[in-house]
Ligand binder design. Sequence first.
Ligand code: ADP
Ligand code: MG
Length: 701
Amino acid sequence: MNPQLLQTPIDYLKGVGPGRADLLRKELGIHTYQDLIRLFPNRYIDRTGYYKIRQLQENSSEVQVVGRIVHLKTVAQKRGKRLVATFRDDTGEMELVWFRGHKWMKESLKLNVPYVVFGKCNRMGNVFSMPHPEMELLSEHEQSLRTAMQPVYPSTEKLASKGISNRVINKLMQQLFIETGGRFSETLSAPLIRELKLLPMREALFNIHFPKDQELLARAQFRLKFEELFFIQLQLLIRNLVHKQKIKGYVFDRVGALFRDFFDRHLPFELTGAQKRVIREIRHDMGTGAQMNRLLQGDVGSGKTIVALMSVLLALDNGFQACIVAPTEILATQHFNGIAELVKPLGINIKLLTGSTRASERKVIHEELENGSLHILAGTHAILEDKVRFHNLGLAVIDEQHRFGVAQRAKLWHKNTTPPHILVMTATPIPRTLAMSLYGDLDISVIDELPPGRKAIKTVHRYDSNRLKVFAFIRDEIAKGRQVYVVYPLIQESEKMDYKDLMDGYASIEREFPKPQYQISIVHGQMKPADKDYEMERFLRGETQIMVATTVIEVGVNVPNASVMIIESAERFGLSQLHQLRGRVGRGAEQSYCILMTGHKLSADSKTRLETMTRTNDGFEIAEADLKLRGPGDIMGTQQSGVLHLNIADIVKDNQILKLARQYAQQLLRDDPSLSAERNLPIRHTYAQISKKKNIWNYIS
Ligand code: ADP
Ligand code: MG
């Protein structure tokens, strides 16, 4: 068909006046015919059956009843008025009720004419009532394009109150198919359609709106989900390819003296298989001539630091500088200390730059950076300031991605004319398929193996009523020379109350563990940074045995001697946060423990979370469980990335389709990278349209 036709403004569709056009634009973002076709139903209802009023039951799902309105009245109530219709069939009477949009309804309803009403029923005494029913004259109902599966379209309160009901949308959809003849162009190639036995485009669109039966509906959904995910993947892959062709990077083709020397003589342990593999991937990337943009995922304690260091050594061997950026001063300092220690025998100049670096020291750093005599700079965001200029920055390592936005990555970019290679490290395990969609512009490496000999953390769930036993356990561990974290939730909305919980908890721990025998640190978000650091340092040095804290200690802090993590009100934390917190222990050789404290009242979700935590230590398994519980919306980073704006596919539920789509997109680009083959013309066309029209495909940043 003429593709221009689909670009027709929605105002021109029969049945859409200026008023409705306005509402459709504002409420549903429908501007054109094309937008309307792409308004897919949220769900479907089987409307082949009819109920008699006598058969109605409380709490039944939506029902369909045939009858007549015999009486209509407006009833005043506290908050405004409602419109009540008495609806009768040959078995009894019920009520239809409207709380909004009475005026419009009152004018349009006809008395004593057969209607089909549809909706959910409530029971009020002996009478059933159906609020805001969908209704249709029986005569029209019999004529309309009726299918077994009735689509339910997305709607808004405003649309409903202005009379644009589901039925109206349905009618507009029918009108649209009539005007266009339903001849929608194909978007995928014939071989692909054949191979995957997909419904052709026009049949898919017809059956998504007017499904003849369950099977055709399922095939239509599959086809449209596949298509949506396929084009997202195609776009991500192409962007990645273009990036690699266009964005030139430094070529690190030498494995030089530093890398060799460190590897052969100073590596403190044997690398795990996963570490070796990831180092190979990074080496390969930095040797291709394209700029590396790689995300390194690895559970807490999986040994990302050494991977970062070896990558840094490669940069140095090739005559470049490197920097390591961490989200907090404590973490930056930890990185600095750890790496400085490791590279001591190599004679490398490494320095630390944070917000509290003294001006005199800062001056030296600036000088050495610019003349190239400083090889590695570790630090916080302070590194990103404009006045910090490198002689030749070849590699930037960024720790803990989720505290560090894309914009900040870009800042590093502009420090050179040729961008440095970028390695982003994160301990927040994101299921791979989700990561593919979130960070489509990054390549991904995964360390999926813990260093050998690590003892699994023992995790248990204890009720508050068992607190005394838990205290006794803490006492025993401290007697063995261990240290203990006690973490309280601090969730913004109820900050005052949480703060009180924390202070009450601190007071009770102080009573149980009195000075001078016991020393206690406390860290929370309302303290000055300097005070926080001071308390943290005391715990790090082992001067305090107990650290009472809020989740500020969540990320990255490494105190190998701490072997017990108590999480208070554990039911209030999300799974990934619980896992992150647990990762603070189990870093030394000793057996570590995580104790999840809760009250007795627990929701089903809380129980699942606690059960998951006590069952497994595997970050990826936990991430999958988390994703299932919460949906992708709450997972770190998804909000901004907009993977939620998918039209029909669901990134969690349709995981298998996503994998398939990615696989076929990859294959397509291997076979026909420029999409110039005759058979791929439909794909090329669609791709071009999508790339132009950001508003439909706005999940691609
Ligand atoms: P993370 O991935 O959480 O940043 P680290 O890099 O801090 O983990 O490593 C955690 C601990 O494991 C460190 O003490 C580190 O020295 C140690 N480690 C890392 N790799 C290995 C290995 N291959 N064998 C033994 N210990 C290792
Ligand atoms: Mg780390």
